[in-house]
Design a protein around this ligand. Structure first.
Ligand SMILES: *Cc1c(COP(=O)(O)O)cnc(C)c1O
Length: 505
């Protein structure tokens, strides 16, 4: 095994590098770029200067020793280094990415084409609005389209991600209550909530009170009523929720809250299931964030720039973070809401992300509803394919994702983690596992509308194959993956003490 070679090869550099640079054909080994460094090697050299100018750094300006320890490599070495590393990544361009609650959908190439146009690519956030009119027009269009799609009166596009949108929404709720001279301290959050919900509440200075779910995976209305005190600023609920089920009582929930002058925050990360089909306005929602990197096909970017649209009701409109774009005759201008909470981000937000979201919506025209239909259909294909082999977490119809528990696998001695790791050997990224916490050993699959029925059938065959191998007691599964770059690791230790240069260690 290559891992053993790595640990035993510690004598000389020559022996450290395995003879084959690839594993499994064309998956390339790659050391840290610092280990590629050869003193004096450069990316490019300046030509001899005919004009006799001296480029050498001299005297006081010269660093005494190279304290930066930057890698010294040639340009092709840099290109190969990063290209090889990029082949270690799993991406939606390789295969199905079934992570539940993440909407890992295909990022259309047309988005990139348009985003690369010079007047968009080179736009600068500090340019005066009169030189940036086409940028402002795009943002204005996106504001308009998102308000129309959600049936909500106003939106901010400033937040950098879903969780940042949550914080924005909570600040808006705080501003609303403070404007009425109230300091409400509590946000109600169902036990099935995404981890970012209670975290954002805490960051915004709220106390979190957890509400129970019913056996069907819906919010328990009696528990809501019992907890509605004058101290409750609002409820934060995901819809469709994290068990992949639509909260059919959402309007009743909104009415109960409003009678108490509390607000309804709907986590709209799962908006893909209802886009073009449902009105957030009619549900009675006061504030909701829609992750542009989920529903609107912008790249997830591994922690890079994301974006969220935060839509609000009339109650919260005056407090929106500024600035947003308004149209004044032929011109587009930046203005702030009258009682704005201030900025959540420099400029108008991540324009490159906003632009891609805008193109995604425009390229679907009035067919946005078909996205939700196909996303829901695909989740239900997987549900139907797998329901004999895996235990459904809820009997209610699935929306855009399907959640199973591990109860059928538990008797075999194998875990949800074993299933997730085994999938890697078949060339699939694992689904979301052990979330939501309310489902034991949860396996949460969201195919999105991007996938063909053939891909879903193949994935289902793989899932069933693993389930059958578990039944047969195939011990190989407890140490899977076997064919991946890194085999089974101690995840907690790996997260705390990552070994990044395992190629030579
Ligand atoms: C993804 C997600 C979030 C957080 O969004 P980020 O953009 O990752 O910060 C919040 N709630 C739910 C339900 C989600 O699925």
């Amino acid at each position: 095994m290559l891992t053993e070679e790595r640990t035993s090869n510690t004598q000389s550099t020559e022996e450290q590098v395995p003879l084959s640079v690839t594993r499994n054909g064309q998956i390339y080994e790659e050391p840290l770029i610092f280990e590629r460094s050869i003193p004096g090697r450069v990316g490019f050299s300046f030509p001899e200067d005919d004009a006799g100018l001296d480029h050498e750094i001299k005297g006081d300006l010269l660093r005494e020793e190279d304290s930066l320890h930057l890698p010294e490599v040639s340009e092709p070495e840099v290109v190969r280094h990063f290209t090889r590393l990029s082949t270690w990544n799993y991406g939606i361009d390789l295969n199905l990415y079934p992570l539940g609650s993440c909407s890992m959908k295909y990022n259309p190439r047309i988005n990139e084409e348009v985003a690369a146009l010079p007047h968009f690519k080179d736009a600068h956030p500090s340019m005066p609005p009169r030189y940036n009119q086409d940028v402002l027009q795009v943002v204005h269009q996106l504001q308009d389209m998102i308000c129309q799609l959600t049936d909500m009166p106003a939106v901010t596009l400033q937040p950098a991600a879903g969780a940042h949108g949550e914080l924005t929404g909570l600040f808006l709720m705080q501003a609303y209550h403070r404007d009425k001279g109230q300091e409400r301290k509590v946000i109600l959050v169902p036990d099935s909530a995404h981890g970012t919900n209670p975290a954002s509440c805490t960051l915004a200075g709220y106390d979190v009170k957890e509400l129970k779910s019913t056996r069907q995976g819906l919010l328990d209305l009696d528990d809501l009523k019992a907890n509605l005190s004058p101290d409750v600023a609002g409820l934060m609920i995901t819809n469709p929720n994290t068990v992949g089920v639509f909260e059919t009582n959402i309007r009743a929930i909104a009415d109960l809250l409003h009678e108490n002058d509390s607000l309804l925050y709907m986590d709209g990360a799962n908006y893909n299931a209802i886009i073009g089909q449902a009105s957030l306005g009619k549900m009675g929602v006061d504030v909701s964030h829609l992750n542009l990197h989920k529903t609107f096909s912008t790249p997830h970017g591994g922690g890079g720039p994301g974006g969220a649209a935060v839509v609000v009701s009339h109650r919260l409109q005056d407090f929106l973070p500024g600035p947003h774009v308004v149209r004044n005759g032929e011109d587009f201008e930046l203005v702030s809401a009258p009682k704005t909470i201030g900025r959540m981000k420099a400029g108008i937000g991540h324009f490159g992300v906003l632009l891609r979201a805008c193109i995604f919506i425009r390229s679907h025209g009035n067919q946005m509803g078909a996205i939700a239909e196909h996303a829901v259909l695909n989740a239900n294909i997987v549900r139907k394919n797998l329901m004999e082999h895996f235990q459904l977490a809820s009997d209610n119809d699935s929306m855009h994702e399907v959640v199973f528990s591990d109860s059928k696998q538990k008797k075999t001695g194998f875990s949800t983690m074993d299933l997730a790791k085994a999938l890697i050997d078949y060339g699939y990224h694992p689904p979301t596992v052990y979330f939501p916490l309310s489902v034991h050993g949860a396996i949460m699959i969201e195919p999105t509308e991007s996938e063909s029925p053939e891909t879903l059938d193949h994935f289902s065959r793989v899932m069933k194959d693993i389930a059958e191998r578990m039944q047969a007691g195939d011990q190989d599964l407890s140490s899977a993956p076997h064919r991946a770059f890194v085999t089974r690791i101690d995840e907690a230790t790996a997260a705390r003490n990552p070994v990044l240069n395992y190629f030579t260690k």
